[in-house]
Design a protein around this ligand. Structure first.
Ligand code: ATP
Ligand code: MG
Length: 575
C-alpha cells in the first residue's frame, strides 16, 4: 500500500490536498469518490483511480465513496454494478456505508434544473441533435444561438415539467444551460443538461423519461455527497469550467475541487470499455473475465494478485502527462508478489517419459520438497513448510530438458550426462528410444545413483542442471492454458492509420495443452496460485474440479522488466 513519504507517493494531487488541509479548506476534511459508470467491468486503468481515491482518503483520515454514475440506461446493467463492487473489494478497498448512485439523486437533480430555469440560466431547446452540433460550431469561431435561447422562463418551466411527465418523444426537446455561445470552450456553448430517454433504468425502472447529462449530474452528485476533491482523468480538464459554473449558479453548499491526472495506458492492450465490450461481443475472448483481458476480473482469473496490482499502480505514479506504461512493469510487480506468496510445485508441460533402469519395478518412495523457499513457513495441507512427493521407476521430465546432440551451452540432460532431479537424486541418461517411423524420441532410459538421494553426491561431484519431474504413476493430468499478450502491436488503441484495433490481435494468445502435475495438486482450489518450478506461475481456474484440473498460466519466470531497467541504466552510465 502507498506510504505518504516515499517519493512515488509524493505527487501533485497529494500536494494539493495537503495544502488544502493546511489552509483549512473544507474544514480540513478529505472526502473522495470513485465514480464508475456501470457499463462494463473495471480494468487496470480503473485500479489506478481506485488506488488513488481510496488511498488518499485513507492516508488523510478521510473517506472515499463508491458512486455509480448511472445516467445512461441503455448501456448500464446490474451485472456491472455487482462486478464493480466485487472487484473493488478484491483490490482491497472498502466504501463502508458510502455506496451511492447518481440515480438516488434524480429528484434532487431535477429540482436543481428547475432552479436553473427559474434563474434564467437554462432553457428548453427544440433543435435536433444535428442542428445542435452545427450551431455549436468549432472552437475557432463563435457558435450560433438557438432560436429558443430566449424563451420565457414560465414557458421553459412548463415544457421541462412536461418533459418530465413523459409528454414528448425522445429527441423532441432538450434542456440546455444558458452560458456563452461564443466561448472558445465548446463545453460552455449552452451544453445539454437533460435529454428525453424512454429506456427503462436498471434501478428506477420507467419512473424517469428524462435523464441528466454527465456534466450536470456529476458535479452536483459530488456536491450532494460533500466530496472535497473530485479526482478524474485529464480528458475532463476541459469540462472543469462547466463543473464550476453549474455549482456556482446553484450556490451549492459544497464546491469540490476537480483535479485531473493522466489516465493509465498499458502496452499491448486496450483499455476503453467500449473496445473491451467489442471483444466480448465478437467472442474474441471468452468473456469480461477472460484471463487475457486487462479487466480486474480477467487478471484475477489469470492469477494476478491484488497486492501486485496495487504495487504497480503505486509505481507508475501520478502525472499530468498521458503516456503508455510498460506491461512488463505490471508483470514484474505480479511476479515479485507471487514469488513471495505462491507455493512451489512440479508440473511438466511437455512430458517425456524416463525409465530408471536400476530402480526396482513396483517400488516407490517419497522425497521432501519445500513449499516455498522464499517463505519456509508456508504450509500446505500436508504440513508446515514442506510436502512429500512420490518417486518411482517411471517419471516424466520436460521434453525441452533433453537433447540428443546438445550444443555447447546446453547443460541439461543428454546421452551419457548426469543431472539432478529436483528434490530427489542424480540420474544419468544411458539410452534413447525413438519411434522407428518418425524418429521422434519417445522414451529415455536412465540410471539413478541411490547415494544422491536428497539431491547431493557424497563424493562431492557436481552436476550442471537440476530438472523438474513428476512420477508417471502418480502424476495427474491437467489442462493448462498458456496465455500470452492479447495484441501484437504496442499500442493497438491507436487507430490513426485507419486499421481497426482488432486487426492486431495475437493469434497465439491462447494455447491449451495437457500437462502432468504432481499429485499434491489433486484438491487444488480454484483461485489458488502456484509456481511450477522452472516454468512459471499458474492459477487454478474457477472451472477446475478434482476430476478435471485446469490451470491458467499467470506469467512466466522471465523478468523482462529487470532486463529493460538494466539496459536503460547501462545507457545512462555510458557503459
Ligand atoms: P473507459 O474509457 O474505459 O470506458 P471511463 O472513463 O468511461 O472508462 P468510468 O466508469 O467513467 O470509465 O470511470 C470511472 C473512473 O475511473 C473515472 O473517474 C475515470 O476517470 C477513471 N478511469 C477510467 N479509465 C482510467 C484509466 N485508464 N486510468 C485512470 N483512471 C481511469
Ligand atoms: Mg466515463
Amino acid at each position: 500500500m502507498t506510504t505518504p513519504d516515499d517519493s512515488t507517493s509524493r505527487h501533485f494531487v497529494r500536494e494539493i490536498i495537503e495544502n488544502d488541509i493546511k489552509a483549512g479548506k473544507h474544514g480540513g476534511k478529505v472526502v473522495t469518490r470513485f465514480p464508475p459508470e456501470p457499463n462494463g467491468y473495471l480494468h487496470i486503468g480503473h485500479a489506478k483511480s481506485i488506488c488513488m481515491n481510496f488511498g488518499l482518503a485513507a492516508d488523510f483520515g478521510g473517506r472515499c465513496h463508491l458512486r455509480f454514475d448511472d445516467t445512461n440506461p441503455e448501456t448500464e446493467d446490474v451485472e456491472y454494478v455487482e462486478s464493480i463492487q466485487q472487484d473493488i473489494r478484491w483490490l482491497g478497498f472498502d466504501w463502508d456505508k458510502h455506496l451511492h448512485y447518481a440515480s438516488d439523486y434524480y429528484e434532487q437533480l431535477y429540482q436543481f434544473a428547475i432552479q436553473l430555469i427559474q434563474a434564467g440560466k437554462a432553457y428548453v431547446c427544440a433543435l435536433s441533435s444535428e442542428e445542435f452540433k452545427t450551431c455549436r460550431g468549432v472552437p475557432t469561431a463563435p457558435g450560433k444561438e438557438s432560436p429558443w435561447r430566449n424563451r420565457a422562463i414560465a414557458e421553459n418551466l412548463d415544457l421541462f415539467k412536461r418533459m418530465r411527465a413523459g409528454e414528448f418523444a425522445e429527441g423532441q426537446y432538450v434542456l440546455r444551460a444558458k452560458i456563452d455561445m461564443t466561448s472558445p470552450n465548446l463545453h460552455l456553448r449552452d451544453p445539454v443538461i437533460y435529454r428525453i430517454n424512454k429506456t427503462p433504468h436498471h434501478r428506477t425502472g420507467a419512473q424517469w423519461p428524462i435523464y441528466p447529462m454527465y456534466d450536470f449530474a456529476h458535479c452536483l452528485s459530488d456536491s450532494i455527497e460533500g466530496i472535497t476533491h473530485s479526482i478524474c482523468t485529464l480528458e475532463f480538464e476541459v469540462h472543469r469550467p462547466l463543473y464550476d459554473w453549474i455549482l456556482d449558479q446553484l450556490k451549492a453548499p459544497c464546491h469540490p475541487q476537480q483535479i485531473e491526472f493522466a489516465r493509465l495506458n498499458l502496452t499491448y492492450t486496450v483499455m476503453s470499455k467500449r473496445k473491451l465490450q467489442e471483444l466480448v461481443v465478437a467472442k474474441v475472448v471468452s468473456g469480461w473475465d477472460d484471463p487475457r483481458m486487462p479487466t480486474l476480473a480477467g487478471m484475477r482469473r489469470r492469477g494476478y494478485t491484488s497486492e501486485g496490482i496495487r504495487e504497480f499502480c503505486h509505481r507508475v505514479g501520478v502525472t499530468k502527462v498521458n503516456s503508455l506504461s510498460d506491461f512488463a512493469l505490471l508483470e514484474h510487480c505480479i511476479r515479485d508478489n507471487l514469488n513471495k506468496s505462491a507455493l512451489r510445485v512440479m508440473g511438466v508441460l511437455n512430458p517425456l517419459r524416463v525409465v530408471i533402469d536400476n530402480y526396482p519395478e513396483g517400488q516407490e518412495e517419497t522425497f521432501t520438497a519445500q513449499n516455498n523457499p522464499e517463505d519456509p513457513r508456508t504450509a500446505n495441507a500436508a504440513g508446515a513448510g514442506t510436502r512429500q512427493i512420490p518417486f518411482s521407476r517411471e517419471l516424466f521430465i520436460e521434453r525441452e530438458d533433453f537433447m540428443e546432440d546438445p550444443p555447447k551451452k546446453f547443460f541439461r540432460l543428454a546421452p551419457g550426462r548426469e543431472v539432478r532431479l529436483r528434490n530427489a537424486c542424480f540420474i544419468k541418461c544411458v539410452h534413447v528410444v525413438k519411434d522407428p517411423a518418425t524418429g521422434k524420441i519417445v522414451e529415455l532410459h536412465c540410471t539413478y545413483d541411490p547415494l544422491t538421494r536428497g539431491g547431493n553426491a557424497p563424493d562431492g561431484r557436481k552436476v550442471k542442471a537440476t530438472l523438474h519431474w513428476v512420477s508417471a504413476a502418480h502424476a495427474l493430468e491437467a489442462e493448462v492454458r498458456l496465455y500470452d499478450r492479447l495484441f501484437t502491436k504496442e499500442n493497438p488503441a491507436d487507430e490513426s492509420d485507419g486499421t481497426d484495433f482488432k486487426k492486431h490481435l495475437n493469434p497465439d494468445s491462447l494455447k491449451t495443452i495437457t500437462a502432468c502435475v504432481e499429485p499434491s495438486l489433486k484438491n487444488a482450489q480454484p483461485g489458488s496460485r502456484y509456481q511450477f518450478e522452472r516454468i512459471g506461475y499458474f492459477c487454478v481456474d474457477p472451472g477446475s474440479t478434482e476430476a478435471k484440473l485446469i490451470f491458467n498460466r499467470t506469467i512466466t519466470l522471465q523478468d523482462i522488466w529487470t532486463k529493460i531497467q538494466a539496459a536503460a541504466t547501462k545507457k545512462i552510465d555510458g557503459r
